[in-house]
Design a protein around this ligand. Structure first.
Ligand SMILES: NC(=O)c1ccc[n+]([C@@H]2O[C@H](COP(=O)([O-])OP(=O)(O)OC[C@H]3O[C@@H](n4cnc5c(N)ncnc54)[C@H](O)[C@@H]3O)[C@@H](O)[C@H]2O)c1
Length: 281
């Protein structure tokens, strides 16, 4: 027999499946024509939500075409350059005209390149900051403006990187690291500024995830490819499925009291390597 005073709060009895349900909601996914973004667009559809994909490519991978039929949702593609004001604004306007609302925004559009710091060029550095930082910034702004106009609140999820937390051996990604650190910091600032409007802003920091972006690097640098496979304590490179749970959590009401957060999805790489170099005399 309980003797303590009981609080009256039945909210915890709502099943988690109800919180995760995204039916009648719409999410925008930038960089969703392929790779992690496409997996996240599918994840929105799996939860019953409509999805608008914005990407620089002229068309998405074939798998995108399955979404409407497989999940009974609305999915549209908008060719967009997130670094171009007119292009981004036009696509967001078209999304609102087509879907009537935006409840979630996932910014996955991003680029990486390998260049030693001492030889990096203005062109490369500016391009990376434009896509990874400026494109993310204004995608989040356009989504938040629509959420504010609706008065519904919403959730913005920005893809940062393990590079926002630590420098990985053998890679030359100073410009990329700077851009992803900026994305993570942007998450803190927006969480504070948009919290009173019930717009939550969180980031995800993936480690090595097997996509076209990584495949190119693995082909050029076989020793790095071995590190990507062997170094994470969980003993494998990540795959796109590994990111979906974090996005489902952030986008949905399952995380209704979570903002300004970052989830590392690295197989444990951010806390230690399973294959460190041996100490020799
Ligand atoms: N794959 C990894 O190991 C890894 C690790 C950490 C973070 N990330 C981040 O995850 C995100 C997705 O990466 P991915 O591995 O799927 O790469 P990807 O290259 O397969 O996908 C990136 C997408 O962004 C799009 N894009 C690039 N520039 C754009 C622009 N100006 N406007 C609109 N779209 C543009 C590309 O066309 C592409 O479809 C990126 O932000 C990346 O930095 C990836």
């Amino acid at each position: 027999m309980a003797t303590h005073q009981r609080i009256v709060d039945d909210s915890y009895k709502t099943p988690i499946q109800t919180h995760l349900n995204y039916k009648d909601k719409t999410a925008v996914v930038t960089g969703g024509a392929r790779g992690i973004g496409l997996a996240l667009a599918r994840q929105v559809a799996e939860l019953g939500g409509n999805v608008a994909v914005l990407d620089y490519l002229s068309q998405p991978d074939d798998e995108f075409d399955e979404l409407e039929k497989t999940f009974g949702i609305k999915a549209r593609f908008y060719q967009t350059d997130v670094t171009k004001k007119e292009s981004l604004e036009q696509s967001f306007a078209e999304v609102v005209a087509e879907f009537g609302r935006i409840d979630g925004c996932v910014t996955a559009a991003g680029i990486v390149y390998d260049a030693p710091f001492l030889g990096d060029s203005w062109e490369n550095v500016i391009r990376a900051q434009m896509v990874n930082v400026v494109g993310t910034y204004f995608s989040a702004q356009l989504a938040a403006r629509q959420m504010e106009a609706q008065g519904t609140g919403g959730s913005i999820v920005m893809i940062a990187s393990i590079c926002a937390h630590q420098t990985l051996p053998t890679q030359h990604v100073s410009s990329y690291s700077a851009s992803k650190g900026a994305v993570k910091s942007l998450g803190h600032a927006l969480a504070v500024e948009l919290g009173p409007k019930n717009i939550r802003v969180n980031t995800i920091s993936p480690g090595y995830i097997y996509t076209a972006m990584i495949e190119g690097v693995m082909e050029r640098f076989p020793s790095l490819a071995a590190l990507m496979r062997d170094d994470p304590p969980l003993g494998r490179i990540g795959n796109r499925a590994d990111i979906k749970g974090a996005v489902a959590y952030y986008l949905s009401d399952a995380s209704s009291y979570v903002t300004g957060n970052d989830i590392l999805v690295t197989g444990g790489l951010h806390v230690g390597r399973s294959n460190p170099p041996t100490m020799t005399k």
